[in-house]
Design a protein around this ligand. Sequence first.
Ligand SMILES: Cc1cc2nc3c(=O)[nH]c(=O)nc-3n(C[C@H](O)[C@H](O)[C@H](O)COP(=O)(O)OP(=O)(O)OC[C@H]3O[C@@H](n4cnc5c(N)ncnc54)[C@H](O)[C@@H]3O)c2cc1C
Length: 344
Amino acid sequence: MLKKEYSKDLSKLNTFGMKVTARYFYEYDSLADLLDLDFEELVGPVKHIGGGSNLLFTGDFKGTILHSAIRFTEVLSESSDEVLVSVGSGVVFDDFCAWAASKGLWGAENLSLIPGEVGASAVQNIGAYGVEVKDIIRTVFCYDTQEEEMVRFEVSDCAYEYRDSFFKHADGRYIVTHVVFALQKGYSPKLDYGNIRAALGLAPDSDTDRASLTPQQVRDAIIRIRREKLPEPGKVGSAGSFFKNPVVPRSKYEEVCASVPADTKVPHYEVGDMIKIPAGWLIEQCGWKGKRSGNAGVWDKQALVLVNATGQALPEEIVRLENKIIVSVRDRFGIELSPEVEHL
Ligand SMILES: Cc1cc2nc3c(=O)[nH]c(=O)nc-3n(C[C@H](O)[C@H](O)[C@H](O)COP(=O)(O)OP(=O)(O)OC[C@H]3O[C@@H](n4cnc5c(N)ncnc54)[C@H](O)[C@@H]3O)c2cc1C
């Protein structure tokens, strides 16, 4: 069925909870309905969204919003060590993680509770706790709106990088309809990132092979960790990490080290010859953690997350706070932050 709405309220379709509308909103629940759409006739701009958890609507959307309600989870094949599962783009990604854990299958558990839908997961290459979705994607099926035909991309065709993919640079040409994931039957927990071991009650150097965990136990631990750190969509509006972590030359990193007290360690990761510095740390150093600016604010447990603090924030209040933070970090460290969240 194709559902068409005019002047659609999008407040439940973006996790920031912005009270904005779309001039036209089309939701389809089958491939046939999507293929029936005449893209030339749609009022532009045309944007396909998922759960709106990486988006900031900066005002009412003047064109057409598309949304997938293709929801199925189907086992395609099973070998002695692997299960291939096809999942519709409109399935909530965490529902898929819950399904995998309930079947005792490994691979998706570290990605538990990341907001959003399966279609966007393949566009965004979502990641958390040492796993990226590309690690479990086998094939991405799309509708090519230009050639008006279905196309399939093997994982190696998708140019996956950190939170990036070929799809992100295709200007909306490809609509993900379903994704085939490869899940593992064999014991394969990934516990070396952050505090997963501690959350499971394991010693830092414990022998993972002997831990005899289940995917469900790891999933539960990840959910506990995330709930402690991140605002829960539906309760506090946000789009998760608002800024990208800047990657700077080593000389800039050394400048940052020299600008903070000698006993302050600057967190960093080597990326080839460059250094990545967590944006949340830079923002925190500028005193923004937990601060409010009108109805917008910076999350008190993680400075990388901007929030709709009162539930009443207007898009311009979030943008104003974003700009203030960019200026602070630039003035203090000479580093330019850029948003991770897509502005529409
Ligand atoms: C509290 C919170 C925590 C978060 N934590 C993480 C995290 O740990 N790791 C992480 O990686 N991300 C995280 N995010 C960001 C977000 O969850 C991901 O980017 C997610 O993939 C967005 O999914 P969505 O369905 O909401 O997509 P949307 O935000 O609606 O869209 C994202 C992009 O995907 C495109 N898109 C959506 N559906 C399709 C489709 N079917 N076909 C083609 N293009 C499509 C859109 O056009 C847009 O460009 C977090 C967000 C929040 C709010």
